[in-house]
Design a protein around this ligand. Structure first.
Ligand code: ZN
Length: 342
């Protein structure tokens, strides 16, 4: 049974109950709401708003759901956990497969089978570069215009899906309401991307970067104590002659950021050695003064996936299985990062 999810919000906490009774297998589904801790001074309105929920829409449900946990006149106790409405997804269970549905992945990919829990406890903020009025770097390929924001977004979605399949909690910060994962070579550019939870993306660069960083930082405190990472995905543009490998950047101050970046880079090194021996891999890890990295509360890694103007690098983007491979390798690197640095 799949419930239509109007909120296309990508953070569901899922608990699955699977009963086997005697010779019959009784398949149970249960969705559990996500819980957040109230901070000092929080009222219901503030708690809901901070979590991207409209107070007008969810106030009554919230009170109902949390009846026993509320104080006088429906006040909140700081430090106490509250259940958030509208944050769950009905789970479809059939013959042992566990599924969740996320509309953001598009019709073809919205049903996500849950494979294991190896990333349980990890929280990721995925920020696809640019979007809205800003296409980012634009490359040419035959008669096509390749826009950075579309290709970065597609890889980001694929990465998000991988992470969810293994139990991570994922926030898609850049979001496109109608472009799911696409297998086309040419990803048509549009301007309707928004910033989590549903803000229009401004043209002004600094305001845009500030907006997405604040979106991340606002949720961060809800997961204090958890393993958290902000991952920004971009595609570089340089002169036509210059092919580049995948580059990883971290904040100069952040030792963990550097460690995480190195772990990811090593994964790419390993993969290239395996799949294209002799090719050589010259991707690097370095610190760089980038607004979103410097100002993000969670440990951040900023990744350039290639040069959108270079003929060979372009193959990395226009072939959808290559975009999937990028997402898979990033995912594997992130699993290592979780194991090593949590
Ligand atoms: Zn960019």
């Amino acid at each position: 049974m799949i419930e239509s999810n109007l909120h296309i919000k990508l953070y569901y906490n899922i608990i699955l109950t699977f009963f086997l009774i005697g010779m019959f297998s009784v398949i149970g589904t249960q969705a559990q709401n996500i819980e957040v801790v109230a901070e000092k001074g929080d009222g219901i309105y503030r708690l809901l708003t901070r979590n991207g929920l409209s107070a007008a829409e969810y106030m009554d449900t919230f009170i109902q759901m949390n009846k026993e946990r509320l104080g006088k006149e429906n006040s909140l106790y700081a430090g106490r956990k509250y259940r958030l409405p509208g944050k769950t997804e009905e789970i479809a269970v059939s013959s042992g497969t566990r599924m969740v549905r996320h509309e953001i992945f598009g019709k073809e990919f919205e049903n996500v089978n849950l494979i294991d829990d190896k990333l349980k406890g990890a929280v990721y903020y995925l920020v696809a570069g640019h979007g809205g009025p800003d296409p980012g770097a634009v490359g040419r390929y035959n008669n096509w215009q390749l826009c950075e924001d579309e290709y970065a977004y597609d890889v980001t979605l694929r990465l998000a899906r991988n992470l969810i399949q293994h139990g991570a909690l994922v926030y898609m910060i850049t979001r496109d309401p109608n472009d799911g994962i696409r297998n086309d070579s040419y990803l048509k550019a549009d301007k309707d991307e928004i910033c989590y939870p549903d803000s229009r993306i401004p043209i002004n660069q600094l305001r845009r970067l500030k907006q997405r960083t604040e979106a991340v930082n606002q949720i961060y405190s809800n997961h204090r104590g958890s393993f958290q990472r902000m991952i920004a995905l971009h595609v570089d543009s340089r002169s036509h002659g210059e092919n580049i490998d995948v580059f990883f950047y971290h904040d100069r101050q952040s030792k963990t950021g550097r460690k995480a970046a190195i772990t990811l880079k090593n994964k790419f090194q390993q993969k290239y050695d395996l799949h294209q021996p002799g090719r050589g891999y010259s991707g690097t890890v370095s610190d760089r003064n980038l607004y979103v990295v410097r100002n993000s509360y969670p440990v951040a890694v900023y990744i350039e996936l290639g040069n959108i103007n270079h003929r060979r690098d372009q193959q990395r983007f226009i072939i959808s299985s290559n975009r999937q491979a990028l997402a898979n390798w990033l995912f594997e690197g992130m699993v290592d990062d979780f194991k090593e640095n949590k």
